[in-house]
Design a protein around this ligand. Structure first.
Ligand SMILES: [Fe+2]
Length: 301
């Protein structure tokens, strides 16, 4: 047609942005506008082809198809792309020195048994090498936080959580524990092991395409909460683990590194009916004032 202008990519972006600009909720409006700018900008930056767009939609379709009430592949996808850690870190509002958050992961279960100090959360026959974990919960000024709740979960030496492993007792290596009058806590467990995240779905395809491994460095998960303090969902990582530099889900932070050191203390071991020698790990959690919150989300495994 004489005089008609050929439609350009920028004209498309402009039309699409305009079509969404009347979203009445300001936050929804902002998110939609920025999403379109980022998506279109991405497609232009890589000059996305029609075949690649179809491949991307198929990857997303498979991500949904493999998800069920026990497996949330979209969360795992967000984890391996670093989006979960970016969002957690961007929103934590915590001062220097406070216990930092990390990913919740897909293996949290509510309702872990409440234990007493020096109880052993390893209830399996062959969970691994015994470790005594202890420390204190404090506020940012150094005062002990009495009656804080630690919700704890970890793998055994197979690198498996109990609900993924028929050989372990129900709720093995899971517990809730309260701090005492001095804000201290202590429990026996086993030294955790590094473990792989599942690669039989689209997450595995993305890891492979990026030439990345699927291992997480050994860690113990903690949710630390107390009345009048912000609830923190996090993990503590074994500093010496071979995968400490390349966590598949980017959960490692400097302040979350811990040392498992050999302990030769027969009196301490025998008092709890444990074998000597054992591993020791200690960590002090620093909470900041705020609202106690429920755990964000969890699939049932
Ligand atoms: Fe984990």
């Amino acid at each position: 047609m004489d005089g008609a202008l050929k439609t350009t990519p920028d004209m498309i972006t402009e039309i699409v942005l305009k079509s969404y600009e009347k979203a009445p909720d300001p936050r929804t409006n902002q998110i939609l506008q920025e999403l379109i700018i980022a998506l279109h900008g991405f497609a232009k930056a890589v000059k996305l082809t029609p075949d690649e767009l179809i491949a991307a939609t198929q990857l997303l379709a498979r991500t949904g198809q493999i998800s069920d009430h026990k497996r949330h592949e979209f969360i795992l996808m967000s984890d391996i792309l670093g989006l979960t850690m970016l969002v957690e870190t961007m929103n934590d509002d915590l001062p220097e020195g406070a216990f930092e958050p990390s990913v919740l992961g897909p293996f949290y279960r509510e309702g872990s048994p409440e234990i007493a100090h020096f109880d052993n959360i390893s209830r399996g026959d062959n969970d691994g090498s015994p470790a005594l974990v202890s420390g204190q919960v404090r506020d940012i000024d150094g005062n002990p936080v009495v009656n804080a709740m630690l919700d704890i979960w970890q793998t055994n030496n197979n690198g498996l959580y109990e609900n993924m492993d028929d050989t372990q007792p129900d709720y093995n290596l899971r517990a809730r524990l309260r701090t005492d009058g001095e804000g201290t806590y202590s429990f026996w467990t086993v030294k955790p092991e590094s473990y792989p995240i599942p690669t039989d779905g689209p997450v595995g395809d993305v890891l492979e395409a990026g030439a990345r491994h699927n291992m997480r460095p050994a860690h113990i998960h903690f949710i630390v909460s107390a009345l009048g303090y912000k609830t923190i969902v996090s993990e503590l990582f074994a500093r010496e683990d071979e995968y400490i530099e390349g966590d598949a889900v980017f959960g490692v932070k400097d302040s979350l590194l811990v040392d498992f050191t050999p302990a030769d203390e027969p009196a301490v071991a025998s008092k709890s009916g444990m074998e000597n020698p054992f591993w020791r790990m200690s960590y002090d959690f620093v909470l900041v004032a705020g609202d106690r919150a429920q755990t964000a989300f969890s699939t049932e495994r």
